[in-house]
Design a protein around this ligand. Structure first.
Ligand SMILES: Cc1ncc(COP(=O)(O)O)c(C=O)c1O
Length: 370
């Protein structure tokens, strides 16, 4: 029995990617495996994504690309984030494609000793307001500089949507309307390249945004980009977070559990201690506000989440020590989704799986197809 364990179903990632690739076709699927594959493990997630039809992988940082190569991952990798001089060298050595939005950067890149043959994707900022240039002319100059540099390849034209997961599609459509004519002109001037815009939400919800390639992260892991229920989109959650009942003891009226006495028994009951806490990614804000699954039923977390333990109210007929505890995932007829934690915490499902810390071992299996 492991005190805390993240079980990752690689068949679920593969199947989710098959589904996304089908939805996106004829656009290619690029699976986003940054932040250690949204907490699932970058290299295993990347392999499962490729098996599921991902033609491309994307990461945020140069070192993430280098790590994938060290793990023996082949195929095209796009580093989507900004790169300092040192990071650029790491990205180029990893044979990754990179993103550019100024001709000054392209000049430095073209002169880099490791740049030969590098694919460059030019980024227009159509409204996200982070990376990329807001000026079409500057983006076009950047594309021309890449196309004219004999050692570089103009591989893509991209933008990123700020509100694809909103009920109101207006702003996403405006972004798309800015991007499409610019990208069309770049293609007309410089020949074939990949135009890519859509994240998971846009891939599922805005067909016009699929263009030549979609960049899907959250949906590949079986989470709902709209924060509701992945089943609505035919997606299967890939990650389960498990622990076990390390201690079970009776507690009398007026006795308490945990730091700060945030739970005081109002009736005789049993307290169970589950050895997982905020040091593992169970956020402290779930104090007195979470259900765990034990014996196929929901059991309330009571008291404060501490670094290494949480306590649960097991009632008067408690399960035995050693019983399996599911924090995220299914047990019997019950399930707890990352989306449920996100709602309770006022955050997004992305942050839930990314927050599962290094202390929690990842165990890989294939279940969705078995
Ligand atoms: C530039 C870019 N494209 C695509 C994605 C994937 O987004 P999602 O996980 O919502 O599919 C991200 C992730 O945040 C991103 O930063």
């Amino acid at each position: 029995m492991r005190r805390a364990l993240a079980r990752i179903d690689l068949a679920a990632i593969e199947r989710n990617c098959i589904r996304l690739a089908r939805v996106a076709a004829p656009a290619a699927l690029c699976t986003v495996v940054k932040a250690d594959g949204y907490g699932h493990g970058a290299a295993p997630a990347a392999r499962a994504a490729q098996a599921g039809g991902a033609a491309w992988l994307a990461v945020a940082t140069a070192h993430e690309a280098a790590e994938l190569r060290e793990e023996g991952i082949g195929g095209p990798i796009l580093v989507m984030g900004a790169l300092s001089g040192q990071e650029l060298t790491v990205a180029l050595r990893a044979r990754a494609d990179i993103v550019a939005w100024s001709d000054g950067f392209v000049a430095a890149l073209a002169a880099h000793p490791a740049a030969a043959g590098t694919g460059v994707h030019v980024k227009l900022d159509t409204g996200m307001g982070r990376l990329g240039t807001r000026e079409e002319e500057e983006a076009s100059r950047t594309a021309a500089a890449v196309a004219e540099a004999p050692r570089l390849r103009l591989a893509g034209a991209m933008t990123h949507l700020a509100t694809a997961d909103d009920d109101d599609p207006t702003f996403a459509r405006e972004q798309l309307a800015r991007f499409t004519p610019w990208a069309h002109a770049i293609r007309a001037a410089h020949g074939p390249l990949l135009r890519h815009v859509a994240n998971s939400a846009a891939t599922l919800g805005i067909p016009a945004a699929r263009l030549d390639m979609v960049r899907c992260g959250i949906a590949a892991y079986g989470m709902d980009p709209f924060g509701e229920d992945p089943r609505r989109h035919g997606l299967t959650p890939a990650l389960e977070l498990r622990s076990y009942l390390a201690e079970v003891k009776p507690i009398a009226v007026g006795e308490s559990a945990g730091y700060g006495r945030r739970f005081v028994a109002e009736a005789p009951t049993s307290i169970g201690t589950v050895p997982i806490g905020y040091g593992d990614g169970v956020r402290r804000a779930l104090t007195n506000d979470c259900d765990l699954l034990i014996g196929g039923r929901r059991v309330p977390l009571v008291g404060a989440v501490s670094m290494d333990n949480v306590t649960v109210d097991l009632g008067r007929a408690p399960p035995e020590r050693g019983a399996e505890v599911v924090l995220i995932g299914s047990q019997g007829p019950e399930r707890v989704l990352a989306e449920e934690w996100a709602r309770r915490l006022g955050t997004i499902n992305y942050e839930i799986t990314c927050a599962i810390s290094r202390r929690v071992p990842r165990e890989y299996h294939r279940e969705a197809d078995g």
